[in-house]
Write a protein that binds this ligand. Structure first.
Ligand code: PAF
Length: 280
């Protein structure tokens, strides 16, 4: 496994890869968990070589505290990546990526970035778009892998790829869960015991929402979810939305031939958790 910190050094190594070989890319912010490892193993199976980036991207954090408290476990991450025979790791500094101007590019994602995460985390998706675009330009992968836990991010990256005509296939990866249903996330390590015990209810609420969605109206589903959170002392709901999967526009009425997903963002103390489920 080769680890690179500079664009120049990774370039000279990637250039020697034969053009007929495929390169899979898994972007991460480190603090790797089982979900990341499953995605990386999938990328490994589907490509000749893989590159994993570890970079806590400052421009996608709307909240300074969240950036400061974002877990960093680089030594352990590198050990884990070595154990699954990752080929290349790219862990640049912010200066290497942004020079002296740590600033996002401004994108038009056709409204995909204005709802849910975008509405509550101002500038977040411009930051994500900026860094992923930059990585795509530097690494030029054939395929790039994104988890469905960040479903809105996945749709925005697909849009960014189509706007820029990047010849990169975006591969969605299913949500990986702990045994009790909690979606795997680097932020889970910040939960205290009570919050950790409470958090799996988010997935249970999504499963029940899916059952209700099949037979009842949207208002009934929303009422159920709001009541569940009101009755839970450890979790505070930020939003619950049922949205059409391509536009991410939230709905009040189901239409035939459309696909929907339910999305939750909730706080357990200071820790912000997100999850979602396909409804049909
Ligand atoms: O999903 C993430 O971990 C980040 O948003 C990503 C894609 C690595 C960009 O910083």
């Amino acid at each position: 496994m080769k680890v690179f910190k500079t664009i120049k050094s990774i370039h000279s190594n990637l250039l020697v890869i034969n053009k007929s070989k495929s390169l899979g890319f898994v972007p991460t912010m480190g603090a790797l968990h089982g979900g990341h490892l499953s995605i990386i193993k999938k990328a490994k199976k589907e490509n000749d070589y893989i590159v994993v980036s570890i970079f806590v991207n400052p421009t996608q954090f709307d909240n300074k505290e969240d950036l400061i408290n974002y877990p960093s476990t680089i030594d352990n991450d590198l050990k884990l990546l070595k154990s699954i025979s990752c080929d290349f790791v790219f862990c640049p500094t912010a200066n290497e990526i942004y020079d002296s101007k740590i600033k996002s590019e401004s994108f038009n994602f056709n409204g995909l970035d204005q709802v849910m995460e975008g509405a509550f985390r101002k500038g977040h998706f411009d930051g994500v778009g900026t860094i992923v675009k930059r990585f795509f330009e530097i690494l030029k992968p054939n395929k790039a892998y994104f988890g469905e836990k960040d479903f809105q991010q996945l749709q925005i990256i697909k849009k960014m790829v189509s706007i820029n005509c990047f010849p990169i296939q975006i591969i969605p990866c299913p949500i990986f869960r702990e045994a009790d249903g909690l979606a795997m996330s680097s932020r889970n390590v910040r939960l205290n015991l009570q919050q950790r015990n409470a958090a799996p209810i988010i997935h249970k609420i999504l499963i029940k929402s899916k059952e209700l969605f099949a037979n009842k109206g949207i208002e009934t589903v929303k009422y159920f979810v709001e009541k569940e959170f009101e009755n839970n002392p450890f979790l505070a709901l930020e939003y619950f939305e049922i949205a059409e999967i391509d536009t991410l526009i939230s709905i009040n009425k189901k239409l035939k031939n459309k696909k929907y997903r339910a999305f939750i963002a909730a706080f357990a103390g200071e820790v912000r958790l997100i999850d979602n489920i396909a409804l049909n």
